[in-house]
Design a binder for this molecule. Structure first.
Ligand code: NDP
Length: 448
């Protein structure tokens, strides 16, 4: 779809003002391309430079993170927190620790997060942060010292009513624990609602660990259901083998699917007998080792492929759950040739624009990340609710809320797409529905 003529100069200005930030450009371009129909129907949403304001983070913080490795050598990393939009509530979004992290990536994630959080219907604004620190191969003690140093600066900028970080790539329960410990020490406050993804022993929510993967599975299940299809007997490829991938596999196996492949940055494993999830969990959650070990330990039916693309493995449903731009146009064309029915993005922006176009043109059901992976942040908001009421819900209660939220997000996206003349276009539906909720709030708050 071409871009609306009112939106074209806005996009050009965003690209000009944020040079070199290619992932941020990609995210803004996709959203602005979707907004034409809504601006045509509601020109007031383009008043008062509302869209320009939406594309400019409210605050961007960059800081030095010095830390000492086990050999006593001082290392320097760079920390980021981009507080993108607080029209709907405190900034909310994860922290990513990965060597590729830079300001453009954090801005793309914060921008996406703003719309995703709006789609959940919960009172949370959008933000994102992280560091170019590489946790791979670091000891527990090194990770702890890094997290403590990171929080020593970050603590001035966050708070349960201000900004509530969580995990993302490279940040799981261990890192959140170290950061919460340091926040508590620095502030002398047991402010449980300042971080989510906490351990159950100190204010975490049941089902938060599972939430993103489970949520993506619920979303795609409903999307298939709307076409009278289900996961029963479907061959599924899930990329990654981290938090999102593991719990996507877990729920899809419950739904009757067969997971035939998963991956990490060193390659992928194929197991025609169905991936043994208990083994992948042991390798990734306990031993923190590589996916190649799977084939070595499993032998027989399993093989590890070091080069090439996990998307070469024939499947009915693809669940990209590793990182941005991991599924290219070329991959999409291979998947289409192999008869793919649906794609559900567990990761943020894993499909390139070329891939999304190819899927849509081929009539493949496509669930964009900002809708499909919103279950993680939604359950984080449920964790904040439990912290605020000093309560702790059961797993079943929490998962039931998550399932309901995912159903609502799915239905909102589907209905919005239909209302704006593009039935079945979940990208357009998600972008417009998220935008309207943020825009309504921003219009009420004056020029801020
Ligand atoms: P994890 O760190 O737990 O796992 C990431 C997985 O992806 C690992 O298997 C990792 O392999 C792989 N991976 C990461 N970078 C690359 C790369 N450049 N190339 C190939 N593989 C890569 O992260 P999460 O599971 O938490 O996050 C995965 C995605 O889901 C991200 O896009 C994140 O933004 C998104 N997301 C996460 C949410 C959450 O609640 N955690 C919520 C919503 C979205 P390796 O170990 O080899 O690096």
């Amino acid at each position: 779809m071409g871009i609306d003529e009112k939106l074209e100069p806005i996009l050009a200005e965003v690209l000009r003002r944020n040079p070199g930030e290619s992932e941020f450009h990609q995210a803004v371009t996709e959203v602005l391309h979707s907004l034409g129909p809504v601006i045509a129907k509601h020109p007031e949403y383009a008043d008062s430079a509302l869209i320009e304001r939406l594309c400019e983070p409210e605050r961007q913080i960059i800081f030095r993170v010095p830390w000492q490795d086990d050999a006593g050598k001082v290392q320097i990393a760079r920390g980021f927190r981009v507080q993108f939009n607080s029209a709907l509530g405190p900034y909310k979004g994860g922290l990513r620790f990965h060597p590729t992290v830079n300001l453009g990536i954090i801005k793309f994630l914060g921008f996406e997060q703003t719309f995703k959080n709006a789609l959940t219907g919960m009172p949370i604004g959008g933000g994102k942060g992280g560091s170019d620190f590489n946790p791979r191969g670091r000891s527990d003690a090194e990770v702890m010292r890094f997290c403590q140093s990171f929080m020593t600066e970050l603590h001035r900028h966050i708070g349960e009513y201000t900004d509530v970080p969580a995990g993302d790539i490279g940040v799981g329960g261990r890192e959140i624990g170290y950061m919460f410990g340091q926040y508590k020490r620095l502030t002398n406050r047991y402010e449980a609602g300042v971080l989510t993804g906490k351990g159950l022993a100190y204010g975490g929510s049941r089902a938060r660990t599972e939430a993103t993967g489970y949520g993506a599975s619920y979303f795609v299940n409903r999307m298939l259901g709307a076409r009278k299809q289900s996961f029963e007997g479907k061959r599924v490829v899930v990329s990654g083998s981290g938090n999102v991938a593991l719990y996507t596999m877990e729920k899809l196996i419950q739904f009757g699917a067969k997971i035939v492949a998963c991956s990490d940055s060193g390659g992928y494993v194929v197991d025609e007998n169905g991936i043994d999830l208990a083994l992948v969990k042991e390798l990734k959650e306990v031993r923190r080792s590589r996916i190649s070990e799977y084939a070595k330990m499993k032998g027989g039916s399993a093989r590890h492929v070091e080069r090439g693309s996990v998307w070469d493995v024939p499947c009915d449903v693809a669940m990209p759950s590793a990182t941005q731009n991991e599924l290219t146009g070329k991959d999409a064309r291979v998947l289409i040739k192999n008869g793919i029915v649906a794609v559900g993005e567990g990761a943020n922006m894993p499909s390139t624009p070329d891939a999304v176009r190819a899927f849509q043109e081929a009539g493949v059901l496509f669930a964009p990340g900002k809708a499909a992976n919103a279950g993680g942040v939604a359950t984080s908001a449920l964790e904040m609710q439990q912290n605020a009421s000093r309560d702790s819900w059961t797993f079943e209660q929490t998962e039931a809320r998550l399932a309901e939220i995912m159903k609502n997000i799915h239905d909102t996206c589907a209905r919005t797409a239909e209302e704006y003349g593009a039935p079945g276009d979940y990208v357009l539906g998600a972008n417009i529905a998220g935008f309207i909720r943020v825009a309504e709030a921003m219009r009420s708050l004056g020029v801020i």
